[in-house]
Write a protein that binds this ligand. Structure first.
Ligand code: E4P
Length: 223
């Protein structure tokens, strides 16, 4: 399972990269706007840190605009993946980008039929939004399970990218469903480390190591 960060923040990306587990990054216009820098400069810097796929979202509603933007994004770095929404224009945009060899992540997916459309059109990634479905009173993870099962049945090559994850259980359930990728905020990635027994166990190991050191020092001082 690949782990992506869902952020445009460079400090977060550098930190996760230093852990050796960061496979890629997803951004969207909201996340980029939070950083307050020019879009291209921000994405180029992200792509210089992360070797894996970095999703960059188009900001037009028509296919021609998406193709135009996507072609430009792809010149920013070799690992850029262009994000388009699951709309008729989005799929036309996907086709135009694919014809030029540019990988596409189909975003704002909330149902299996939408995911099937994206896969049939040749998306590299499809992004079901789990947390937003949960917020609307639906079972977001069930949509991920359904997509994974259907893609397995029909052997689609499109990767399932579980998005809009809000807590570690979403990551666990995504792994159980067989999602290819989990993209998560930095806070959720940090939470994956946490277990109270790790904290207690580490505290005890360190205390025992310190006690032994002190005993050995005292013994040496006596002889
Ligand atoms: C995915 O690519 C999106 O950027 C993201 O996961 C949306 O998450 P949110 O619902 O927390 O905004």
């Amino acid at each position: 399972m690949w782990f992506f960060l869902d952020t445009a923040n460079l400090d977060e990306i550098r930190t996760a990269h230093s852990w050796g587990i960061l496979d890629g990054v997803t951004t969207n216009p909201t996340l980029v706007a939070k950083e307050g820098r020019e879009h291209r400069a921000q994405i180029e810097e992200i792509c210089s840190i992360v070797q894996g796929p970095v999703s960059v979202e188009t900001t037009t509603a028509d296919a021609e605009g998406m193709i135009r933007e996507g072609i430009e994004f792809a010149t920013w770095a070799p690992n850029v993946v262009v994000k388009v929404p699951i709309t008729p224009d989005g799929l036309r945009g996907l086709r135009g980008l694919r014809e030029r060899g540019i990988p596409v992540n189909v975003t704002l997916v909330f149902s299996l039929p939408q995911a099937l459309l994206a896969a049939k059109a040749g998306a590299t990634f499809v992004s079901p939004f789990v947390g937003r479905l949960d917020d609307a009173g639906n079972d977001g993870m069930q949509v991920v399970r359904d997509i994974c099962a259907a893609f397995r049945t029909y052997r689609f090559e499109t990767k399932v990218l579980a998005a809009s994850l809000r807590h570690p259980i979403h990551v666990v359930e995504g792994a159980r469903a067989g999602a290819d990728v989990a993209t998560m905020p930095f806070k959720v990635m940090e939470q994956l480390f946490k277990h109270p027994l790790t904290d207690v166990g580490l505290e005890r190991f360190l205390a025992d190591a310190r006690r032994l050191q002190a005993e050995l020092q005292a013994r040496r001082a006596r002889v």
